[in-house]
Design a protein around this ligand. Structure first.
Ligand SMILES: [Zn+2]
Length: 364
């Protein structure tokens, strides 16, 4: 199984310069190839293949105005064409929308290096066109004897540099356990379990949000194109980055624990779109990041030999009594506790989590 390990690194000024130039060339090649493919498709309904794009790239490099493409490693440029090819394949298979141009401001700057474009030896990583290895912060070790197959370098809006290293990784399934759990993804809490446990959203999130709002107000006051505006924009990006990091970190801990402790995990197949229609929920839903939670549960279950059950979203999980099966007529969101005609009293979310688990086991 291939697995990516991501680290921060601190480039030398020369490396930063080389990488920034590479990012620019990657973006240019991607956009130019997209433009040509679009023209071919719109004007004469012709599909352009990867090989044709690749031949065009070779021709561009020979022209005077695009000769600077030769100053960066050719591999990230080829990879950009492969990514474009994949984007078109997804579009033609109706899995994705028509590919869009990469923007200098809005797209994440990145460059992908395959095996021939980097040197990996003695735990150091040196990219093509560079004399010195990257100064990587090894926040966690790469697996023993790992052989990187692809390396992706990127820079986020907060100005932080990252390297993502793809390695072949053998994952040993966890010993099987008896426990099964239902997970109700919530608004007040991140999640409620059928065991009755409530899992909170990451701590500091609220304080971070306040800081973010303040930084955004400061940014709005700065004059367009000013130096101070650029600084304020970086400040906003830094806070965004920190919120994202903390949330992801928290979700990793939660999902790893759920997968470790349970053989079977049942979650509801909620559609974000349904929830987002209700504006008051929109913020909370995106905050909880439950889409990410579900993704993590899904791949971690696969890694460790666990079973993830996705329950149909129309099952009335909040309205049904998990003791007797009676369905209550209405269940407004503000109602956190309720009692059933059978005499059972329920915490709304725990009851829902129990129903999700039961429904998952039935559907299986
Ligand atoms: Zn009941």
């Amino acid at each position: 199984m291939k697995r990516a390990f991501k680290y921060r690194f601190y480039p030398t000024p020369e490396q930063a310069e080389q990488l920034s130039r590479t990012f620019g060339c990657v973006r240019l090649v991607y956009n130019k190839a997209l433009e040509e493919r679009t023209r071919a498709f719109r004007t004469d309904g012709r599909k352009v293949s990867y090989l044709q794009s690749s031949a065009a790239l070779t021709a561009w490099k020979r022209t005077e105005e695009l000769g600077f493409l030769n100053e960066v490693s050719c591999v990230p440029l080829q990879q950009a064409l492969r990514h474009l090819q994949a984007a078109f394949a997804n579009f033609f298979a109706k899995r994705a929308r028509y590919p869009v141009f990469k923007s200098r401001k809005r797209s994440r700057a990145s460059a992908e290096y395959t095996r021939s474009a980097f040197r990996w030896s003695g735990g150091t990583l040196t990219l093509a066109k560079m004399d010195t290895p990257l100064d990587i912060v090894w926040s966690r070790p790469l697996p023993n004897r790992a052989k990187p197959s692809t390396v992706t370098v990127s820079k986020d809006a907060a100005g932080r540099w990252f390297v993502s290293i793809l390695v072949e990784h053998e994952i040993v399934p966890l010993p099987s356990v008896e426990a099964a759990v239902g997970v109700d993804v919530g608004i007040a809490e991140l999640a409620t379990l059928s065991t009755g446990e409530k899992i909170d959203n990451p701590r500091c999130e609220r304080a971070d949000r306040r800081k973010l709002a303040k930084a955004q107000r400061a940014l709005a006051r700065k004059g367009k194109g000013s130096n101070n505006r650029a600084k304020a924009r970086t400040a906003v990006a830094r806070i965004h980055a920190r919120i994202g990091d903390r949330r992801r970190d928290h979700l990793h801990k939660v999902t790893t624990r759920l997968v470790r402790e349970n053989q079977v995990i049942a979650v509801e197949d909620l559609s974000v779109r349904n929830l987002v229609r209700n504006r008051s929920l929109a913020r909370a839903v995106s905050d909880a990041g439950w889409r990410e939670l579900r993704t993590m549960l899904s791949y971690k279950s696969a890694w460790y030999g666990r079973e993830l059950l996705i329950v149909d979203r129309w099952c009335p999980s909040s309205k049904r009594c998990s003791e007797c099966g009676a369905v209550a007529e209405s269940m407004p969101l503000r109602l956190r506790q309720w009692s059933c005609v059978c005499g059972a009293s329920h915490d709304r979310d725990v009851n829902a989590a129990r129903n999700i688990l039961a429904a998952g086991l039935v559907e299986r």
